[in-house]
Design a protein around this ligand. Structure first.
Ligand code: S3P
Length: 743
């Protein structure tokens, strides 16, 4: 932790906030001495006794006399008392001393400074720690109050950069993350996230406490009351000041809240169950997200920014029965079509991975009431083809190419504008492949430079059907065109150069929408209706593939993968592994909800290298990272061609796998449209080492599987995105016998 270079710290107002700052800097050894100033003698005595300050005074000018250049004054008095502190500083502050504060309303402190000095002086750095407690007073002070919390500094143009740096360093020494923003932005954000909740908590407790008919009401109050109203025991003076100081922004927040509360009241009054579920499911999703953020890193970055490293050790095995999570492609489509259907769609086996959840959240943002997911169950209250509403802001789709491309088609036919954004990897992926055919249909779509995200889709454009010949084998492009076709005048048809996954066509039919299929062509007419249905999502063959390869390369292995989707447009991994000598049995074949499903048994058998038939490439497009691991363990050479699409997946999978394989001592030569891998039947094919998954979930899981035939530990970097498609991968892998740890 960086130490600040302050000399003495003078704390004006030695309560919870000031005292905790003093204790934090003392604990970090970041200042030479702490001097306290408090109005009351008893507080001075207590602060000294508790070791919060070294010396304490009731007179500010007297304490200021002790300061010299390089020292820091920290003002931690209620917001409206800051001005009188400024007035005393005006004539008594020694040269070279920096001043900062902790008041919750920066606009009011700025105005106080302007009253006293005529402007905000360059030595004054306005700040506000986003931390606190309902407790108050010096006895509540703690040296860890600010650790892992954010502090917002609101410099003005006159603020001296060296003073700003000094204050930032002091907060960093206290363990805080320092952010800067404008005074106005700070006050608006805080009005919504802090001041409004306090207004509501104070008012609720006051209302209940004065409810004459319920004298003993608190006797019956339990956890809900306690959790919701904890902050109503905060310091009244401080909160009175905040209300007075941030009046306008707080009034705005209260008005918005009152409006929403009164529509909730109407929903209750009229028994509008759907409106109630809408508010409650949206709020629950938002709160659950916030809970996760808090659990990962207090007040810190969103989940996906968390670093995860896989440490995969040799010596593992695989055996037993496994059920991998639901199919990602079908999970996306179940939300999309369920939302556009009339009636209530029940989904089972839904993949609770970040990608499918991004789609789910997008539809919630467009006003669809969606219950769950809860253990794979989702209930979607469909709004019909024309019932979506404009979302409140851009739809953030994380890492999910499928969400962005399919949504582009579906949103091209809406009456509102929408912007689609994504994470760093998604922001590099090509979108013209969907934008071009959709524009041909009449859509207005803007992309970022070189056809990359973000996508801005203008609403209200009439679409007309087209006959689209896909230039590449892509189910996402085919699906985007067909989904736009639901809104187009006349007939829309697609013709693909090779069969790709047909879940969109099958699921549309499952929702009662006519799709004519004729060889490579799929055709539908616009303006039909989708009728709600039940969807049973089978386990994802793309996730099962990691365990299929694991069993295929691990001597003695015998694995049963249950209830896996084996749609013929997805079964390339089975065909390719079998061609390599893999021992794979499909048991208990059945059809579930229009999709073929089986239990897949894979036993170890020695593999041999092959030239992978090009017609299998689209049927195994997501499984190549795993298949390359199988190829490395096979006798002889494996050659892949016709797979240039792999270069534009979540990463350039050809290059990423070639780099990783080479780092582990395997000869792997990338080519423009594939790779050549020289396999080896030895026990330990892979040396130990470090590989970079480049944040690509499937690269990360593939190299974890490689550990089954490794000499030494394989460290795999940037694995957090495994949660996009297979959130419990590590757990299942360890349960099956792999030696995998997370760091
Ligand atoms: C998908 C189609 C494929 C696949 C992706 C999911 C889908 O992408 O790689 O993981 O659900 O339609 P392309 O259409 O780009 O081949």
């Amino acid at each position: 932790m960086e130490k600040s270079h302050i000399g003495r710290l003078l704390v004006v107002g030695v309560g919870l906030i000031g005292g905790s700052f003093a204790l934090s800097l003392k604990a970090a050894g970041a200042c030479r001495e702490v001097i306290g100033v408090a109005l009351q003698e008893e507080v001075c005595e207590e602060a000294k006794k508790l070791g919060v300050v070294d010396r304490a005074y009731t007179s500010l000018p007297e304490a200021l006399d002790l300061l010299e250049e390089g020292d820091l004054v920290f003002i931690a008095v209620p917001t409206l008392a800051v001005e009188s502190v400024f007035a005393q500083l005006k004539d008594n502050l020694p040269e070279g001393v920096t001043v900062t504060d902790a008041a919750s309303v920066k606009g009011s402190v700025q105005r106080s400074a302007e009253k006293v000095w005529g402007r905000v002086p360059n030595f004054l750095v306005l700040g506000h720690p986003i931390a606190g407690s309902e407790k108050s007073g010096v006895s509540a002070a703690r040296d860890d109050l600010y650790r892992d919390h954010r502090v917002i500094l609101t410099p003005v143009p006159d603020t001296d950069v060296d003073r700003l740096r000094l204050v930032a360093q002091a907060w960093q020494a206290a363990g805080s993350e320092v952010l800067t923003m404008s005074v106005e932005e700070h006050d608006e954000v805080l009005a919504a996230t802090s001041h409004l909740p306090h207004v509501i908590a104070f008012s609720l407790v006051d209302t209940l406490a004065h409810d004459a008919e319920n004298e003993n009401i608190f006797r019956y109050a339990a956890g809900g009351f306690r959790d919701f109203t904890r902050i109503a025991s905060s310091d009244p003076v401080m909160w009175r000041d905040i209300m007075l100081a941030n009046r306008d922004a707080i009034l705005q927040a209260i008005d918005l809240y009152s409006l929403n509360l009164s529509s909730l009241r109407s929903a209750i009054a009229s028994g509008d169950s759907s409106a109630l579920m809408g508010v409650f499911t949206r709020a629950k999703a938002a709160r659950d997200h916030f809970t996760k953020m808090l659990a990962k890193q207090a007040y810190s970055e969103p989940m996906q920014a968390k670093e995860v490293t896989f440490i995969a050790q040799p010596g593992g095995t695989v055996s037993g029965k496994l059920r991998v999570p639901g199919d990602k492609s079908m999970s996306h489509r179940s939300i999309m079509l369920g939302s556009l259907a009339e009636g209530v769609t029940e989904v089972e086996g839904f993949l609770e991975g970040e990608d499918a959840l991004a789609t789910l959240q997008a539809f919630r943002d467009m006003g669809v009431v969606i219950e769950g997911p809860d253990k794979g169950r989702v209930t979607i209250h469909g709004v019909g083809l024309h019932g979506l509403q404009a979302p409140p802001g851009p739809l953030y789709l994380g890492n999910s190419g499928t969400s962005m491309r399919l949504l582009a088609g579906l949103l091209a036919g809406q009456g509102f504008d929408v912007t689609l954004t994504g994470d760093e990897s998604l922001s590099k992926r090509p979108m013209n492949r969907v934008a071009s055919p959709l524009r041909e249909m009449g859509a207005a779509i803007e992309t970022g430079p070189e056809g990359r995200p973000p996508l801005l889709i203008k609403g209200g454009k009439p679409l007309s059907g087209i006959n689209y010949r896909l230039p590449m084998a892509s189910a996402q492009v085919k699906s985007a065109v067909l989904l736009a076709g639901l809104y187009a005048e006349g007939e829309t048809s697609t013709e693909e150069p090779a069969p790709t996954r047909d879940h969109t066509e099958r699921m549309l039919q499952g929702f009662g929408y006519a799709v004519e299929r004729n060889g490579a062509c799929a055709t539908l007419r616009g303006s039909g209706r989708l009728k709600a249905c039940r969807i049973d999502v089978p386990a994802d063959i793309s996730s099962a593939a990691f365990f299929m390869v694991a069993a295929a390369i691990s001597p003695g292995a015998d694995v049963m993968l249950e209830h896996v989707g084996i749609n013929p447009t997805r079964d390339g991994v089975i065909n390719i592994l079998r061609a390599m000598g893999g021992d794979i049995e499909l048991l208990n074949k059945r059809t579930v909800g229009g999709e073929p499903v089986a239990d897949i048994r894979v036993r170890y058998a020695p593999l041999k290298g092959i030239a992978i038939p090009e017609d299998q490439v689209p049927l195994a497009i997501d499984e190549f990272p795993a298949l390359f691991i199988a190829a490395a363990c096979a006798q002889g050479q494996t050659v892949l061609t016709g797979a240039e699409e792999l270069r534009v997946k979540e990463s350039d999978r050809i290059q990423a796998m070639a780099n990783g394989l080479s780092a582990l001592g395997v000869s792997a030569e990338p080519t423009a449209d594939g790779i050549v891998i020289d396999g080896s039947p030895e026990d330990a094919v892979f040396s130990g080492g470090t590989v970079d998954s480049l944040g690509d979930h499937r690269i990360a899981m593939a190299f974890a599987v490689a550990s089954l035939r490794a000499k030494d530990t394989i460290r795999i970097l940037h694995c957090a995105n495994v949660a996009t498609s297979f959130p419990n991968f590590a757990e299942l892998a360890v349960g099956a016998g792999l030696k995998l740890q997370l760091a």
